[in-house]
Write a protein that binds this ligand. Structure first.
Ligand SMILES: [Zn+2]
Length: 359
C-alpha cells in the first residue's frame, strides 16, 4: 500500500471512530462545553427512493429515514432547520448561528416536493431547493442525467465504448479507455464523468449522450420525470421552502465566457422569480468545486442582488465567511448523519485541532 493510500485510510478510520463517539454522547458533551459550530449547511440532492430516480447513483440520494433521523437528532440538540437565506441573515447579524442549520437540495428533483416537504413540515423545518430551470420547463435533462441513465442500464464499459465510437475522437477515446478501468463500478462511473465534464466537446457531449440514450430505448422526457414541475416549485415556495437558482442547464460556469455565465445565471433567476413572484437571493454553483466557478460568477450574482451562493466545498460557515462561497456538509446514502453531527457538534473540528489531521 502506498503512503498516500495508508494515510487516507487512517483518516477514514479516524473519521469513523470519532463520528461513532460523537453519536455515543461525545457530541452532546462537546455541545454543552460550548464547542459546537454554527453556520452548517447540509447538501443533498434527491430525498427518498422513488422509481423516477432509480438510475441515479447512491451519492445523489438520501433516504427519508436518514433525513428523518437527522431532523430528530437536530431537534434533540435544539438546532432549528432553516433555509439558506435565514442562516445568512443570522450570520449577517454577526451571530455564530449554532442553533441553526440550513438544509439544501440541489438540482430540483420532484421528490423534494413529494418526499422531503412532508418530512420537513412534520418537523417544523425548512430548507432551500436549488433549481436547474431549463429541464423544469422543457423536460430536457442535462448530459449528466443521460450518462447516469445509460450507465445504470448498460454499464460503464458500454458507455465508454459507444461514446468513443460515436465521437471518433482519438484523445477522448484514450481517456475513456483509461477511465473505464476504474477500481470499482462507481469509481469508473465518476472517472468517466470527469472525462465528459472536463475533456469532451460540449456540443458532442449533448449530441452523443442523446444518441446513445435513444439507441437503448431511453428518452429525455422519461429521464426528466425525476424533476419538479413549475407548479411544484411554486407549491414548495408557498410552503416556505426557499427556491434558489442553479443555472439553466447545469453548466460548468468556469468553462463559459462572460456572456454564457450571464445567460445561465440571469436566465434561471428570471425563470424562478416569474413563478414565485419575489426576488431570488440564493444561488448554488453547478458541481460547486472551486474550479467550477470564477470571478465572473461573483460579478453577475452581485449585479442581480444575490446575498449568497453555495459551493460544494466541505465545512461550516462563520460571520466572516465569503457569502458567495458558502461551504456545505454533504449527506447521502453513502454518508451517515453522524458525519454531519460530528462536524456541527465540534468533534471533527476538535480532532483536526488536537491531532493536526485533516479528517
Ligand atoms: Zn447540481
Amino acid at each position: 500500500m502506498s503512503l498516500a493510500r495508508a494515510k487516507n485510510s487512517m483518516k477514514k478510520g479516524l473519521r469513523r471512530v470519532f463520528a461513532t463517539l460523537n453519536g455515543l454522547g461525545l457530541g452532546l458533551l462537546l455541545r454543552k462545553l460550548g464547542c459546537a459550530r454554527g453556520g452548517g449547511i447540509v447538501m443533498t440532492h434527491c430525498v427518498g427512493h422513488v422509481p423516477e430516480t432509480a438510475y441515479l447513483p447512491s451519492d445523489m440520494k438520501t433516504s427519508c429515514e436518514k433525513v428523518d433521523a437527522l431532523l430528530r437528532a437536530l431537534k434533540r440538540r435544539g438546532v432549528k432547520v432553516v433555509a439558506v437565506r435565514d442562516l445568512v441573515a443570522a450570520l449577517d447579524r454577526g451571530e455564530d448561528a449554532r442553533d441553526l442549520l440550513a438544509f439544501t437540495m440541489d438540482d430540483g428533483y420532484r421528490d423534494n416536493y413529494t418526499q422531503a416537504l412532508p418530512l420537513l413540515s412534520r418537523h417544523g423545518a425548512s430548507g432551500t431547493v436549488f433549481v436547474e430551470t431549463e429541464v423544469v420547463g422543457s423536460r430536457t435533462p442535462s448530459w449528466m442525467h443521460r450518462y447516469f441513465f445509460i450507465c445504470a442500464k448498460r454499464g460503464e464499459t458500454f458507455f465508454a465504448d459507444e461514446y468513443a465510437r460515436r465521437t471518433g475522437e482519438e484523445a477522448i477515446r484514450a481517456k475513456l479507455q483509461r477511465a473505464k478501468g476504474g477500481t470499482s463500478d462507481l469509481g469508473a462511473r465518476y472517472d468517466l464523468k470527469r472525462v465528459l465534464k472536463y475533456d469532451a466537446d460540449p456540443q458532442d457531449r449533448d449530441r452523443v449522450t442523446r444518441a446513445i440514450l435513444e439507441s437503448i430505448g431511453g428518452d429525455d422526457r422519461s429521464i426528466a420525470s425525476a424533476y419538479l414541475t413549475w407548479d411544484e416549485v411554486a407549491a414548495l415556495d408557498a410552503a416556505g421552502v426557499e427556491i434558489g437558482a442553479h443555472t439553466l442547464h447545469h453548466e460548468i460556469l468556469s468553462r463559459l465566457d462572460r456572456g454564457g455565465v450571464e445567460r445561465e445565471i440571469v436566465g434561471s433567476t428570471r425563470a424562478i422569480a416569474e413563478r414565485v413572484k419575489h426576488p431570488v437571493v440564493t444561488f448554488a454553483y453547478p458541481f460547486g468545486r472551486r474550479w467550477d466557478y470564477n470571478d465572473d460568477c461573483f460579478d453577475v450574482l452581485r449585479g442581480l442582488g444575490y446575498t449568497s451562493a453555495c459551493a460544494a466545498i466541505d465545512g461550516t460557515n462563520e460571520p466572516s465567511t465569503d457569502r458567495l462561497q458558502l461551504k456545505r456538509l454533504p449527506l447521502n446514502d453513502d454518508i451517515p448523519i453522524e458525519d454531519v453531527l460530528a462536524e456541527i457538534d465540534g468533534t471533527f473540528p476538535l480532532v483536526r485541532k488536537l491531532f493536526r489531521v485533516q479528517i
